[in-house]
Design a protein around this ligand. Structure first.
Ligand SMILES: Nc1ncnc2c1ncn2[C@@H]1O[C@H](COP(=O)(O)OP(=O)(O)OP(=O)(O)O)[C@@H](O)[C@H]1O
Length: 208
């Protein structure tokens, strides 16, 4: 499902990174761990096609990501990849429900209310659907970010520190939800973390 080969990246200031090869089958889970600043988020952005590699290749479901034209790449990402960002990407003028509905409508038009309610229920957001996103607590915003990454049932889920703002109870809930969703959708799951609470739940780990 995901295969990287000889990946490297350089920021404009000349800071360079080389990454170990990753080979993840459909339904597999992988944790990418390592100290702050080692390039974990950079690797995730490369695999999601948000950054272009200096060298090397990334293949997702047999498609060479960086051979795609920008429009096709955006459509491919929207359809197949679920991104759970460390920094939230919400439309601040919309409420929780409308943020989820907007994500459902891209790239294909879909308005699956049942799915929104089910996911909101499982993430403890059901009572907050009509709140502005700016009125949510940090933990609620993180759970909304997770819901936005999963709402369209992507084949691959990339999650960057999905539990960092969560208490122990919600941390376990989120890990279980990510695993359950991955199981139901046969999705591959790649999580970046340095949260010790997450590490014990996944055997397959790569250290950067
Ligand atoms: N847009 C950018 N321009 C220049 N340097 C950057 C940029 N983004 C990140 N970096 C630098 O690249 C390095 C790797 O950043 P990255 O966010 O990938 O690390 P990380 O392992 O995910 O860190 P953390 O665990 O703290 O989130 C850091 O030194 C960071 O300052």
């Amino acid at each position: 499902m995901i295969k990287t080969s000889n990946l490297s990246y350089a920021y404009e200031n000349g800071q360079e990174f080389t990454f170990p090869d990753i080979d993840l089958d459909p339904g597999d889970h992988l944790l990418v761990i390592g100290p702050s600043g080692v390039g974990k988020t950079t690797l995730l952005y490369l695999m999601a096609g948000l950054l272009a590699p200096l060298d090397g290749t990334i293949s997702i479901a047999g498609t060479d990501l960086h051979s795609l034209a920008l429009n096709t790449l955006n459509k491919f990402r929207g359809e197949h990849i679920g991104l759970i960002f460390q920094q939230y990407h919400f439309i601040k003028s919309l409420n929780v429900s409308d943020n989820l509905r907007l994500r459902q409508s891209f790239p294909k038009s879909a308005n699956d209310k049942k799915r929104r309610l089910e996911l909101a229920e499982r993430l403890g957001l059901a009572d907050h659907l009509h709140k502005k996103v700016t009125a949510l607590s940090q933990g609620q915003q993180q759970r909304l970010s997770i819901a936005l990454g999963l709402i369209h049932r992507p084949k691959i889920v990339f999650a960057d520190e999905p539990t960092s703002n969560l208490d122990d109870l919600n941390c376990v809930k989120v890990i279980e939800l990510l695993k359950e969703e991955a199981e139901i959708c046969k999705s591959s799951l790649l999580i970046i973390t340095h949260d010790m609470r997450v590490m014990s739940h996944f055997q397959n780990q790569v250290v950067l």
